[in-house]
Design a protein around this ligand. Sequence first.
Ligand code: AHR
Length: 503
Amino acid sequence: MNISKGRLAGNTLLINTDMTTSTINKNIYGHFAEHLGRCIYEGIWVGEHSPIPNTYGIRNDVLNALRRIQVPVLRWPGGCFAEYYHWMDGVGPREYRKRTVNSSWGEVVETNHFGTHEFMLLCDMLQCEPYVCGNVGSGTVQEMSEWIEYMTYPGGSSMALWRQANGRMQPWRLKYFGIGNENWGCGGNMRPEYYADLYRKYQTFIYNYGDNQIFKIASGGIDTNYDWTEVMMREAARFLDGLSLHYYTVPGTWEHKGSATVFTEDEWFITMKKALFIDDIITGHAAIMDKYDPDKRVALIVDEWGTWYDVEPGTDPSFLYQQNTLRDALVAGITLNIFNDHSDRVQMANIAQTVNVLQAMILTQGAMMIVTPSYYVFEMYKVHQNAERLEIQFQSGMYEFNGEQLPQVSVSASKDAAGAIHISLCNISPTAGADVEVHLRGKESRKGTIYGTILTSSDMHTHNTFQQPDAIKPAPFYGVTVTGQSFTAALPPMSVVVLTIKY
Ligand code: AHR
C-alpha cells in the first residue's frame, strides 16, 4: 500500500465502506430556473401553439433531458425576479394576464404566461419537488400568505376556489418555500437585523394546511458574509428550517468576469481555486450555525451557485447567456463533491440556472437543443442522490501553476440502498494525469465488479455547439487496474470520472 510512516502518499484513497457519515440529500443535485433571459421563455416554456414539440406548452426536448438527470427539486421564480413578482399576475386565462416589466433582467415585457400552474405542472412532469421563492422586498405578508393558501388549501376559501376555477381541483403538495431572495441586495437592501425581524413576521403567516408541511427557507448571505448568518441564527434560528447561501465562481472581476470559452491556463487555475473556495465558505457558515444549532436542525441551502462569465458576444448583456466547457464540468464535479462532504449540514443546492442562463444544463436555439458538459456531470453524479456518504481518507497530489498549488484530485464516495459503492473523482490538472490507488476497507473490501464513466477532452475549451452537439460527452472508463485487493484509477488530465462497484 502507498502509505509511509502512517501518512497517505499522494493520490492514495482509503474508503471505509462500513462507515457512513450522513445521507447525501438528493436535493443537493437541485436546479434553479428564473424569469431571466431565455431560461423560462424559449428555454422551458414555448406555449401550446408553438411549432416546437411541447406538452401543455413545455418543450419536450428540454423536459426529456431534465428527466434524464433526475432533477430532485426546482427553485422558481427567482432570484431577483422573485422580489418583484406578484403571483396573482400569473394565474387565470393567459390572454388576460397582466403584462409587467422584468426590471432587473433587460426591462423586457413579462407576459406572465408561465405562472404558478405552469410551474407546478413542470414539477409534476419532472417528478421533482417545487421550491417556490416568495416576495418580501416588494410584496406584502397577505400576498405571500394567500399564495400559500392558493397552492395548498383544499377547498372552499376564496383562494382555493380561484385555484379550482383556474383548473386545479386538488391542492398541490408544496414543501419548500423561500421567504425572500438576497434581501441584503436586490431583495430590498436590508440590514440583517431588519430582515431577521421581517423574516420572523412573514413566516408566521405561512400556514400548514391539512397535512402539507412547509419547510421555510430564509434568504441568506453571499460568499463570506458571515455576519448575515450570525444575525439570522442569533435572532431567528427557531423559526428557520433552512438558511440559504449564494456563491458564484467568477474568474475575473464583476466588471470583467472573463470569457466562457476563450481562456488561458491562468484563468483555468483561478476558476478552480475560486470554485474550491466554496469549501471554506460552507465551513465558515456551518461553524456559525453549529454554535446556535449544534443538532444541525437548520439546513444550509446553497440555492444559487455556479460559474458566471461575460455573456456570449452578441447576446443581450442582461440575459446572462454563456457557453459551458470542460472547465465548467470540473467546477460542477468538485463543487458537488464538496457538497457531499458537507451533507451533514447542506441539505439542498440549486445550480444557476437550468436553461440558457449562467452555468446551464441545457442551451437552446429555436427548435434546437444541446446539453452542456455540466449537464453530463449531473447525469454521472445522480448515483449519489440519497446515498450514504462514506468516510474516506485521501491525500491528493498537487496541481502547481505559477508558484501556486491546489489539490489536484477531488473525491467523494457513497453507498446506495442496493449496496453499490460510487466514487466520483475529478482531476483538475490540465497537463498531468493522476493515478489514484483505491483501497476499500470493511465488509466490501472484497472485490466487486467495477464500472466507470468518464467526461474529458484533450482541450480545456471543448464545448458542445448547435453545429457540434456531441463534441464532449461521457464515455466508458477503461482506466481501472486491479491489483490484489486494491485498484488504481488512471485519471487523464482534466477529467471527471465516476466509478461504481457492484457486489
Ligand atoms: O442567478 C442570477 C442572479 O444572481 C439572481 O437573480 C440573484 O439572486 C443573484 O444575484
